[in-house]
Write a protein that binds this ligand. Structure first.
Ligand code: HAM
Length: 424
């Protein structure tokens, strides 16, 4: 009886083939865009103390309420697989005393994250994000630059049908006042609301703007808008962010109903969507989080950043994979008389190592093919030269014109290098 096959968990997938190649292109482009703007790479651990996300992301969010992979380790500590990257980066900022560095400190990441969500196209339980965070300055130019960088990355990737929605949530005090007013409006119209919206009036009234339920949508059309209630400082900050985006030529729509699924946002919030994505249209988003570092026990520090889903970027952009790696030399050997193969294999392996040291892209026969089979395999791989190591000599075959010459082993590499140089 054969053993039952073990499969990858639901909502996860393997990165391989063209997908792996496209991700390499994406990473290269993200690095060029972000490092060019002074962002440095950071990687935080895959798991953190559960408290970090409870305090950072917020108890009322879907993420903390039902999407975290939380477990106890051997010492009964509660740990959680990171559902997002901003809270961990704020933790690292404090832990490494980065407030003593020149501000803003700019960090970027490309990491995997974990949320127990209903898996579907563009929505996974383990997914990747490329993200950028700038800590230590509340200058509106930081907001504008951050947004422009994601716009640039989307453009570099050739993402289709992209829209940018933008809003401001103002400061914490104004938000509390607004929350109370919104709750009042929702309670006054309770009968018309969807049951899940009704249940969240106390915990998270803002999420009512996300509802597609007919009655709720009608109630929300009449709801007070936070954007109309910003205090003078926040209004001015938002005006400057918009003016700088205009300077950069980045088009946006101000959408006062834009709600983000995390509690830490203050002032600027934004989201890029793409028509190419269908239901899960959010390709990336973020905003300002001026209270988060202090909330996690650090010094009062403003912050601004975003994250974009790698799977969604690739769906929106259809990044063409780069061509396969170039093979300059395929090293084969005569497989014949008993025992001879092993000895020739050693000599072929020596040639393989020497070819790579000399800078050639080289592969060796490792599947016991006949000489004919080796030539066929080299042809399939698009190798320029094939060396067949024999008992007395090594034959170098130019796969372009079919010319063959017997050579001493040490001459093989020189001949291949010479041939490749003539070609370029
Ligand atoms: P978020 O909106 O929760 O924000 O996630 C950012 C992006 O990650 C989304 O726009 C989406 O592309 C992708 N994403 C989220 N969940 C999934 C999933 N289950 N499967 C596939 N892709 C997904 C944050 O995470 C914030 N930390 C962003 C931020 C950084 N704000 C300030 N700084």
């Amino acid at each position: 009886m054969s053993a039952k096959q073990v499969k990858a968990p639901r909502g996860t997938y393997d990165v391989l083939g063209d997908d792996a190649a496209a991700r390499a292109v994406l990473e290269q482009k993200a690095r060029a865009v972000l490092q060019g703007a002074g962002y440095e790479r950071i990687e935080t651990p895959c798991f953190e103390a559960t408290e970090l996300f409870q305090r950072g992301v917020g108890e009322s969010t879907d993420i903390v309420q039902k999407e975290m992979y939380t477990f106890e380790d051997g010492s009964a500590r509660s740990l959680t697989l990171r559902p997002e990257g901003t809270a961990p980066i704020c933790r690292a900022y404090v832990e490494h005393g980065m407030h003593k560095l020149a501000q803003p400190v700019k960090l970027w990441y490309l990491s995997s994250f974990f949320r127990y969500e209903r898996a579907q196209r563009g929505r996974f339980r383990q997914f990747w994000q490329v993200g950028a965070e700038a800590l230590g300055s509340e200058d509106p130019a930081v907001d504008a630059e951050s947004i422009v960088l994601l716009a640039t990355l989307l453009e570099e990737l050739g993402a289709a049908g992209v829209r940018l929605r933008l809003s401001s949530l103002g400061g914490a005090a104004g938000r509390e006042r607004y929350r109370a007013r919104l709750q009042e409006h929702l309670r006054a119209n309770e009968a018309a609301l969807a049951s899940e919206v009704r249940e969240r009036i106390e915990l998270n009234p803002l999420r009512a703007f996300d509802s597609t339920h007919e009655g709720t949508v009608a109630v929300m059309r009449e709801a007070p808008l936070l954007l109309d209630e910003l205090d003078a400082g926040d209004r001015e900050h938002f005006a400057q962010v918009r003016a700088l985006l205009d300077v950069a030529g980045v088009r946006y729509e101000v959408d006062p109903t834009l709600v983000r699924g995390l509690d830490y946002y203050t002032r600027t919030v934004f989201e890029f969507t793409s028509d190419a994505l269908g239901a899960q249209s959010g390709v990336g988003g973020g905003g300002r989080y001026d209270g988060l570092v202090a909330q996690l026990g650090g010094p009062a520090t403003p912050g601004m950043g975003w994250a974009a889903g790698v799977e969604r970027l690739l769906l929106a952009a259809a990044v063409p994979p780069p061509g396969a790696a170039q093979i300059d030399l395929y090293v084969g050997f005569q497989i014949g008389a008993e025992g001879l193969g092993a000895d020739l294999r050693g000599r072929a392996f020596e040639l393989l190592c020497a070819a790579r040291s000399a800078g050639l892209g080289a592969l060796m026969e490792m599947a016991g093919r006949s000489t004919k089979g080796q030539l066929r395999q080299a042809d399939r791989l698009g190798a320029r030269y094939v060396a067949i190591v024999g008992e007395r000599e090594t034959v170098l075959r130019d796969m372009q014109d079919g010319a063959q010459q017997p050579l001493a082993a040490e001459q093989v590499i020189h001949a291949a290098l010479r041939g490749l140089r003539e070609l370029s």
